[in-house]
Design a binder for this molecule. Structure first.
Ligand SMILES: *Cc1c(COP(=O)(O)O)cnc(C)c1O
Length: 232
């Protein structure tokens, strides 16, 4: 490999340090936070370098981009889908990702369930919550979470594992705190067939704060791979 990926090594070292520090400060010793490397616009070589350095979870946003790159991926990392997903695209990822984090409609949940069943599997999913109630973002309204989960809990070929959110960058603490409260609240209601194990929250700009507010999985793109260049 002629590429110089030292910047990835340095970023990864810093991110791991920051995660460990936030965990030591805010969480109990048995609570683990998982790091996902978000791959949008990143080259296969850079992604595989991160995997070589121990990153074991990749996050994909776009079906087409993923399809064009995945053959080159080092297969030792798990891949999860985190981008907005049209129902007619589920078929392209159903057999290659281990979780779909961005489920925000009954229709999408039903299509994932249908295709999972057709492929003899149970697909893990997260329900995406639009915690800042922003028009520009996907996700269900926070107030609809309980009803939404109760409604999809009966689908036998999907398994709800928790919640995911992309909070607005402003008043970050308020939104992260609201999300933690929602997560704990839904968890305490123990909906039959719904596991509340994963709170996917925190990106390059706010992951330490997200860990403070109960995140169990942080999704980091630019902080690891550098600023995204969409013209490449
Ligand atoms: C791009 C993206 C991220 C990572 O964002 P960075 O700020 O680059 O770390 C995380 N989650 C989702 C859903 C994304 O689309």
């Amino acid at each position: 490999m002629g590429n110089d990926f030292r910047y990835i090594d340095e970023n990864l070292e810093r991110i791991r340090y920051n995660i460990a520090e936030a965990c030591a400060k805010y969480r109990t010793a048995d609570e683990k936070v998982r790091l996902m490397a978000v791959t949008k616009t990143v080259s296969v070589e850079a992604i595989n370098h991160a995997v070589f350095q121990g990153v074991d979870l990749l996050g994909e946003n776009r079906v087409q981009e993923y399809q064009s790159k995945c053959a080159g991926y080092n297969k030792s990392a798990e891949v999860q889908f985190i981008g907005s997903l049209q129902t007619n695209k589920v078929k392209y990822i159903i057999n290659s990702v281990s979780m779909i984090q961005s489920v925000d409609s009954i229709r999408l949940a039903m299509e994932i369930n249908r295709l999972a069943k057709a492929n003899n599997k149970v697909m893990d999913i997260l329900c995406e919550v639009n915690i800042g109630d922003e028009d520009s973002k996907g996700g269900i309204k926070a107030g609809d979470t309980y009803d939404f989960l109760s409604e999809i809990a009966c689908l036998e070929n999907i398994r709800v594992k928790g919640l995911m959110t992309i909070p607005p960058p402003w008043e970050s603490d308020v939104h992260l705190g609201n999300m933690q409260e929602l997560f704990e609240n839904v968890k305490s209601k123990s909906i039959h067939g719904v596991d509340m194990e994963i709170l996917s929250m925190g990106m390059s700009g706010d992951y330490a704060q997200a860990i403070r507010y109960g995140s169990t999985l942080v999704r980091i793109g630019s902080g690891l791979f550098g600023a995204r260049n969409y013209n490449k």
